[in-house]
Write a protein that binds this ligand. Structure first.
Ligand code: C2O
Ligand code: CU
Length: 496
C-alpha cells in the first residue's frame, strides 16, 4: 500500500542522478568509495544552497488520519496519511528543503535521525528550535553530507509511537551498487487507535514516576521492582505491550509482498521505527550479508539473524532463492512478530505466525560483532577528553535518567570544537537502552572503529564511543526507547 514497499530501484537509473551536484559541493565531507570521511571538517553549515548544489524540495503535512494496517484500521497521526510516510530520497551532498505543515492538535517537529546536519535543522524543540505550533509551518534546510539509510520522526512527546515516521535515503552516486533491487523495510510496534494511545501510555508512566534510585555503585540493584519484558539474550527488553507489530505498516495477516526474480541480489534497508521494541530479524531460507549499519559501511559479515534496536538501521544483501520466503521481525522478549513476504515464484503466502529456523540460532548484535570498513573509519587519534555517561533508572517507581539526573535537571555534557571526545557509557540498569547521538556518528574503538549513531547497550553492559567535535551546537543524546527518553533518559552535548 505504500510506494516504499514496491520500490525496486534498479541501480543504474539511480546512479545517473545528481553526480554533478555532488561534484559541485566541494567543501562537504561526502564519502567517496575508498575515501575515509575527513575528520574535524563537519557538514556544510549553510542555510542556503551553494551555487550548483542540487536542491531536493518537498512538503509534508502532519495530520490526523486513518490508516489501514491490513483489514484493521486505526485512527492516528501521520505524514500525508501514509504509514510509513513517503520516502525522501537525495544524493550525498544535496541540499534538502522540507516544509512541514502542522495540522496536528499538538506541537511537533521533525528530527532527521542519523544525518549529520546543521544544528538549526536538527528538530529538537527546546534545544535547536521552538516547537511548531498547531497550524504552524517550519522549513527545514540542510545539506545531507553522507550516504546512508536513515529515517525521520517528531522529537515531541511520544509522537514517534504514532504513524509519524518515514525513511530518508541518501544515495552515494559513486557507489558501485552490487545489487539488482532494493527493498526498504520499516519495522514498528503498534498500539495507536487499536490499543492505548501513546499519550495515555506516557501519562500512565508519569503517574507512577518517582526518584531515580542509586545505581549499582551504591550496593546493588533493587530486584524486587517490577521487571520489564525479558529476553534470554538481551535481558529486560521493553515496557509496553503492543497489540501489533508491523513491517511497512502491515500486520502479519496481510503482509506486504516484495517481488523479485530468483538469483537476484536484493538490498534490504532495515529501519526500526518502533518506540519500545527490539526486533530479531531473519529471512527464511537465506543468509544475510550485512554491509552497512546506521548508514556506514562495515566489513561484510554473514548473519542468519540480527537484532535491530529502536533507531538502528542495517543494510543487508541477500541472493534470493526460488519461491516464497518470510521476512520475520520477532519482537524481542515479547509475544508477537511482524511479517513481510519476499516472492520470486508461485506458492502460498507463509502463515502469520511462521517462525524461520534462522531466528533461533546465533543472532548478530551489531555494536559488538561488526567492524568498520576502511572507508568508514576515523583516523586513529587519542581522545582529548573522556567523560562518563551512566544510564540509571528502574521500573518502580518508573524513572530513567543519565548520570543520576532526569533531563531538565541535568547538566549538559561539554566538548571543545576540534576535540576528540570519548564517552564511556555504562548501563547501570536491568533494562537495555539503545543510545542515540544527534549531529555526529560515533566511532566504537572496541569494534574496530565501527561507525554508529545508535548503540544498543545491554543491562549492566558498557561501551566506549568516540566522536570528533566537528559540528558546533547543542545536541541531544538519549535513549531511543521513546518512553525512557520522555521520562528523562536524555541529556545534551554542548560545544563550549
Ligand atoms: Cu530518532 Cu533524538 O532521535
Ligand atoms: Cu532506555
Amino acid at each position: 500500500m505504500t510506494p516504499v514497499t514496491r520500490r525496486t530501484a534498479l541501480f543504474g537509473g539511480l546512479a545517473a542522478l545528481g553526480v554533478g551536484a555532488l561534484a559541485a559541493c566541494g567543501d562537504n565531507t561526502a564519502s567517496t568509495p575508498g575515501g575515509a570521511s575527513r575528520p574535524l571538517q563537519g557538514p556544510p553549515l549553510q542555510a542556503t544552497p551553494q551555487p550548483g548544489q542540487k536542491v531536493v524540495e518537498t512538503t509534508l503535512t502532519a495530520r490526523e488520519s486513518t490508516v489501514d494496517l491490513g483489514g484493521i484500521t486505526a485512527r492516528t497521526w501521520a505524514y500525508d496519511d501514509a504509514l510509513p510516510g513517503k520516502v525522501i530520497r537525495a544524493n550525498a551532498g544535496d541540499f534538502l528543503r522540507v516544509a512541514l505543515d502542522n495540522r496536528l492538535p499538538a506541537d511537533t517537529s521533525i528530527h532527521w535521525h542519523g544525518i549529520r546536519l546543521r544544528n538549526q535543522a536538527d528538530g529538537v524543540p527546546g534545544v535547536t528550535q521552538d516547537p511548531i505550533r498547531p497550524g504552524g509551518r517550519f522549513v527545514y534546510e540542510f545539506t545531507a553530507p553522507d550516504a546512508g539509510t536513515h529515517f525521520f520522526h517528531p522529537h515531541v512527546g511520544a509522537q514517534l509511537d504514532r504513524a509519524l515516521y518515514a525513511p530518508i535515503i541518501i544515495d552515494d552516486p559513486n557507489e558501485p551498487g552490487a545489487y539488482d533491487a532494493e527493498w526498504i523495510v520499516v519495522l514498528d510496534d503498534w498500539t495507536d487507535g487499536v490499543g492505548k494511545n501513546p499519550d495515555q501510555i506516557l501519562a500512565d508512566f508519569q503517574a507512577k514516576t518517582g526518584p531515580i534510585k542509586p545505581g549499582m555503585d551504591m550496593g546493588g540493584m533493587d530486584h524486587s521492582s517490577m521487571p520489564g519484558m525479558s529476553s534470554s539474550r538481551l535481558g529486560d527488553a521493553g515496557d509496553v505491550v503492543y497489540p501489533h507489530y508491523l513491517i511497512n505498516g502491515r500486520i502479519p495477516a496481510a503482509p506486504t509482498e516484495f517481488r523479485a526474480k530468483p538469483g537476484q541480489r536484493i538490498r534490504l534497508r532495515i529501519i526500526n521505527a518502533g518506540s519500545d521494541t527490539v526486533f530479531r530479524v531473519a529471512l527464511g531460507g537465506h543468509t544475510l550479508r550485512v554491509t552497512h549499519t546506521d548508514g556506514h559501511r562495515v566489513q561484510d559479515k554473514q548473519a542468519r539473524a540480527l537484532f535491530v534496536a529502536m533507531g538502528e538501521r542495517y543494510d543487508v544483501t541477500v541472493t534470493v532463492g526460488d519461491g516464497v520466503f518470510p521476512l520475520v521481525a520477532a519482537a524481542e522478549g515479547k509475544n508477537g512478530q511482524a511479517l513481510a513476504v519476499l516472492r520470486t515464484g508461485s506458492g502460498a503466502a507463509p502463515a502469520p505466525d511462521v517462525r524461520p529456523a534462522e531466528l533461533d540460532g546465533p543472532v548478530l548484535l551489531g555494536a559488538t560483532e561488526l567492524a568498520a570498513a576502511d572507508s568508514a573509519r576515523l583516523p586513529d587519534r587519542e581522545p582529548d577528553s573522556t567523560i562518563k555517561v551512566a544510564l540509571n533508572g528502574q521500573m518502580d517507581p518508573y524513572a530513567w535518567g543519565i548520570n543520576g539526573k532526569k533531563h531538565g535537571e541535568d547538566n549538559p555534557l561539554t566538548v571543545g570544537k576540534g576535540q576528540r571526545l570519548r564517552m564511556q557509557i555504562t548501563n547501570e540498569t536491568m533494562m537495555l537502552h539503545p543510545m542515540h547521538i544527534h549531529g555526529h556518528t560515533w566511532s566504537l574503538p572496541g569494534s574496530a572503529g565501527l561507525r554508529k549513531d545508535t548503540v544498543l547497550i545491554k543491562p549492566m553492559g558498557s561501551v566506549e564511543v568516540d566522536l570528533d567535535a566537528d559540528n558546533p551546537g547543542t545536541w541531544a543524546l538519549h535513549c531511543h526507547n521513546i518512553y525512557h527518553m520522555e521520562m528523562g533518559m536524555m541529556t545534551t552535548l554542548k560545544y563550549t
